[in-house]
Design a protein around this ligand. Structure first.
Ligand code: GLY
Length: 417
């Protein structure tokens, strides 16, 4: 079977790697892929947003199945286009990708389906938003409605801060159209986790719960990033919490969508938070997380290709994972998520102890160089988090590029679990 993967990051490398373990997969194309992916798949220089070219490529090359990594092509309707052409693809249609592409849309659906989430209001104009925040208690969360590559969420601690953020989004338009509408919601205090499910033919299959580290600095300090590391499964998300999340969140969501004749297929990522041991939704994403995919895919007990026909998919069961732990540490370019340099030569000594998923890498004059903020993901597997962590941090010593930066406290909190 010929399979195509859309995207170019660490998540997509993990998807390609997982597919490559399935004997039924004869050939993998990655559009556009990255240097790491090119060692075992064919990378084709077509950007993820170039839907017309992707569709033509799929038809010309008789691709049997396509998996979409990032949210942008999903929100642009890549799945709708594939289905119109009779091509097989994994991911939600455009109207459902709105769950991630419009925070206001997601909040309204959650309200209708009575899904636990923070109280909220939606605003399109600065003056009404300003009068609202003048009467509120703090902290509050202000979210840009549209896709903002992780830069659209602001936690504000005072009225002044709130008005400043609202001005930047609604008046100055610092995020363009994505920030012309905002959702203002109550701040929820608790422990966050990522619960990603695969939905096929109305069935919900739970993947191992994962934890990512969004802040750039150790001790969860500094600005938000795309993710500096992750681990899975999350020990405190037990079967009763999973059941609760299905009952209170995912099942009511699917029922609400069904009422509107909308059928979800694909990964659905619940960005959840535990408040007094009850799960609340912070956000939905319509894809696998990055770097959550890098720890989930190496430990699941089924092939991604099984999602195509909905056969043999295994739902998460904590008891089967008592000795299956994964830790991922992201090696980034110093300065990320702000300004950073690229083009630095990378030296990597691959060992059997870890899996290295590439993100911002490319080849220049035959040499492997950095080409992004997040450069490599080093993943360790073990019977315990301690073992997995040790493998990762030991093997990072075999990797070097100028200005390499990584957090040293990834999965430290679970080391003894
Ligand atoms: N790790 C966060 C995300 O993928 O959105």
């Amino acid at each position: 079977m010929k399979v195509m993967v859309i995207g170019s990051g660490g998540r997509e490398h993990a998807i390609c790697w997982k597919l490559s373990q399935d004997k039924r997969v004869e050939k993998i194309y990655a559009l556009p892929g990255n240097a790491g992916i090119s060692s075992f798949a064919e990378c084709v220089p077509i950007k993820s947003e170039n839907i017309n070219e992707i569709v033509s490529f799929a038809k010309e090359n008789r691709i049997d199945w396509t998996i979409v990594g990032p949210e942008m092509p999903l929100s642009m309707g890549i799945v709708d286009r594939f289905l119109e052409e009779g091509l097989s693809i994994w991911g939600p249609i455009k109207n459902l990708a709105m769950l991630e592409a419009s925070k206001a849309f997601a909040k309204k659906i959650m309200e209708k389906a009575k899904i636990p989430t923070a109280d909220f209001k939606i605003f399109d104009d600065f003056e009404s938003a300003k009068s609202f925040v003048e009467k509120e208690h703090y902290p509050l969360v202000i979210k840009a409605d549209g896709l903002a590559a992780g830069k659209g969420v602001f936690i504000v601690n005072s009225q002044n801060e709130a008005v400043e953020v609202l001005g930047k989004l609604l008046k100055e338009g610092i995020l363009g159209e994505a920030g012309r509408r905002v959702v203002i919601e109550k701040f929820l205090e608790g422990k966050e986790f990522s619960l990603i499910v695969a939905i096929k033919d109305g069935e919900i299959y739970v993947l191992p719960p994962a934890q990512d580290y969004k802040r750039v600095g150790e001790g969860n300090t500094g600005p938000n990033t795309g993710g500096m590391g992750s681990f899975a499964p999350v020990p405190w998300i037990d079967s009763s919490l999973i059941e609760k999340s299905l009952k209170l969140i995912f099942k009511p969501l699917l029922s609400e969508l069904e009422k509107n004749n909308l059928k979800y297929e694909g990964f659905l990522y619940g960005g959840l938070i535990l408040v007094n041991n009850e799960p609340y939704v912070l956000e939905f994403n319509v894809r696998l997380g990055d770097p959550e995919a890098q720890v989930i895919l190496p430990i699941i007990g089924f092939s991604l290709l099984d999602l195509k026909d909905g056969k043999n998919i295994k739902t998460y069961n904590e008891y089967e994972y008592s000795e299956k732990k994964a830790v991922c540490v992201v090696l980034a370019s110093k300065g990320y998520p702000e300004r950073y340099e690229v083009g630095k030569e990378i030296s990597v000594k691959e060992t059997k102890e870890t899996i290295i998923f590439h993100a911002g890498t490319s080849f220049r004059n035959g040499k492997l160089v950095t080409s992004g903020g997040r450069v490599l993901n080093v993943v360790g597997l073990g019977k315990s988090f301690k073992e997995a962590r040790e493998k990762v941090y030991k093997n990072i010593q075999n990797i070097f590029f100028e200005n390499m930066y990584y957090r040293k406290d990834i999965a430290l909190e679970v080391e003894d679990m």
